[in-house]
Design a protein around this ligand. Structure first.
Ligand code: PLP
Length: 379
C-alpha cells in the first residue's frame, strides 16, 4: 500500500483522535466531505432542478464493489431495511424455518421474529466465537427458507465463509441472505463467486460514508420472481414516466430490475457521499485495504497475547476481519477513559472492540494498547 502519510492526509480525524471504531460509525474522509459540501452548495445556490446529473447514486460503483450488475442493486436507507425487504418478500409455508446464528446483530434476527410471518428462527450456537459449518449443516433442512447471517459478526469480527454457507442453503432450496455492513469496504466481496442471493449494507461504517445510504443486492434470476413488500413511484421503470404527462395510477408495472424494491425519493446527499467514498476505496483496492488492516490487527493480537489478555476474536486468518475484541470485565470503564483521551473504540460483549481502518498506524495501535494495559491495572 502506498505511503500511509499520504493516505492520512485524506482523513482530517487523525489530527484530533486515534479513531479505531469503524465497526460503529466512521468519520468522513476529506474527498467525501467535499463531495457532500459541493452538492449542498449547488442545491442551495441553484435548487434541486439545476443539480448536475446525479448518475445512479452509486449503484454502479457499489455493484463493482461486490461483483454484481447495476440492475441487481436497489437503493435503501439502511441495512435493517434491506434485511426487512428480503424477509418480507419470501414465502413461508407452514413449518418453515430460518437459520441464523447467536452472534448476530438484532437487525439480522428481528425481521423473522414477527409473529405474522409464522416462521421459526433457529440460532446456530457459536463455539468459542466461531460459527461451526457442521452445526449450520445440521440446522438447515428442507423446511429452511433462508440462511441469514452477517458476513462479519459485529461483536467479535468472525468472518463467515459465504461460499460454504451458500452451498449448504442451496442444497436444501434455501436462500442465502447476507448483512455485509461489517465487511463491505474492508473485506473483498464477490456475490457471484459465493453465490449469494441477497446482500445488503449501509455505508456509514467501513465504507466511510454518511448515514442514510445503503444498497440491497438481489440476484438477477430472483428479481422478477418476487413482488416488493412496499411500492411507490420508484418501484416502476422510470422510462414509463419520461414519455407521459400523467402517471399511470391504474396499473402497477414494476421495474424489471432491483429498482422494484425501491419506494420513493432517496437521500441524495447521503448517496453522493457514498459514491465518492466507494470510488476512493476501490482506487486503493479492497484487497490492499484488507491486507493493511490485517497487518494492524495482527500487531494488536500479538500485543494482547503477550500481555496475557484473552481474545474473543478467532485467530484463523480466513475468519479474521477488521474487528478485534479483547476480553475484559472492565470494558465499559476503559472505553470511557480512552474516549476522554481521544482514543475511540467500543465496549461490546464484555470486551473492548477495536476496529482500525487502513489509514491507522502501528504506532496508534501501540499507543492504544499501552493505555489499555495501564487502565486495566487502574480499575
Ligand atoms: C451487523 C450489523 N447489522 C446491522 C447494523 C445496523 O445497520 P443499519 O443501521 O444500517 O440498519 C449494525 C450496526 O452496528 C451491524 O453491526
Amino acid at each position: 500500500m502506498e505511503n500511509v502519510e499520504e493516505i492520512r492526509c485524506l482523513f482530517p480525524i487523525v489530527k484530533h483522535k486515534i479513531f479505531m471504531n469503524h465497526a460503529a460509525q466512521s468519520p468522513l474522509p476529506k474527498p467525501v466531505a467535499d463531495a457532500v459540501k459541493r452538492y449542498v452548495d449547488d442545491y442551495s445556490n441553484f435548487g434541486a432542478s439545476n443539480l448536475p446529473e446525479l448518475s445512479d447514486l452509486g449503484k454502479s460503483i457499489f455493484a463493482e464493489l461486490i461483483g454484481a450488475k447495476q440492475s441487481e442493486i436497489a437503493l435503501v436507507e439502511n441495512t435493517s431495511m434491506g434485511l426487512n425487504i428480503a424477509a418480507n418478500i419470501l414465502r413461508y409455508p407452514p413449518g418453515s424455518k430460518v437459520v441464523t446464528t447467536d452472534l448476530e446483530y438484532p437487525s439480522v434476527a428481528y425481521p423473522w421474529l414477527r409473529k405474522n410471518l409464522n416462521v421459526k428462527v433457529h440460532y446456530v450456537k457459536n463455539v468459542n466465537g466461531k460459527v461451526p459449518l457442521e452445526e449450520v449443516e445440521k440446522a438447515v433442512d428442507d423446511k429452511t427458507v433462508a440462511v441469514a447471517v452477517s458476513h462479519v459478526e459485529y461483536a467479535n469480527g468472525f468472518r463467515n465463509d459465504l461460499k460454504a454457507l451458500g452451498e449448504i442453503a442451496h442444497r436444501h432450496g434455501a436462500y442465502l441472505i447476507v448483512d455485509a455492513i461489517q465487511s463491505a469496504g474492508v473485506v473483498p466481496i464477490d456475490v457471484k463467486k459465493d453465490n449469494v442471493d441477497f446482500l445488503t449494507t449501509a455505508c456509514y461504517k467501513w465504507l466511510l460514508s454518511p448515514p442514510g445510504a445503503a444498497y440491497l443486492y438481489v440476484k438477477e434470476e430472483l428479481i422478477q420472481t418476487f413482488e416488493p413488500p412496499l411500492t411507490g413511484w420508484a418501484s416502476v421503470d422510470q422510462k414509463i414516466f419520461e414519455t407521459v404527462d400523467f402517471w399511470d395510477i391504474w396499473s402497477l408495472r414494476l421495474s424489471e430490475t432491483a429498482s422494484r424494491f425501491e419506494v420513493g425519493t432517496p437521500s441524495a446527499v447521503s448517496f453522493i457521499g457514498a459514491a465518492e467514498a466507494i470510488k476512493m476505496l476501490l482506487g486503493f483496492g479492497i484487497s490492499n485495504i484488507e491486507q493493511r488492516v490485517l497487518k494492524l490487527t495482527d500487531r494488536l493480537i500479538d500485543l494482547a497475547k503477550a500481555s496475557g489478555f484473552m481474545l474473543q476474536t478467532p485467530d484463523e486468518k480466513p475468519h479474521r476481519s477488521g474487528i478485534v475484541n479483547i476480553r475484559t470485565d472492565k470494558a465499559q470503564q476503559i472505553v470511557k477513559k480512552l474516549g476522554e483521551k481521544g482514543i475511540v473504540v467500543s465496549a461490546r460483549a464484555r470486551g473492548i472492540r477495536i476496529s482500525p481502518h487502513f489509514y491507522n498506524t502501528e504506532e496508534e495501535i501501540e499507543t492504544l494498547f499501552e493505555e489499555i494495559v495501564r487502565l486495566e491495572k487502574l480499575f
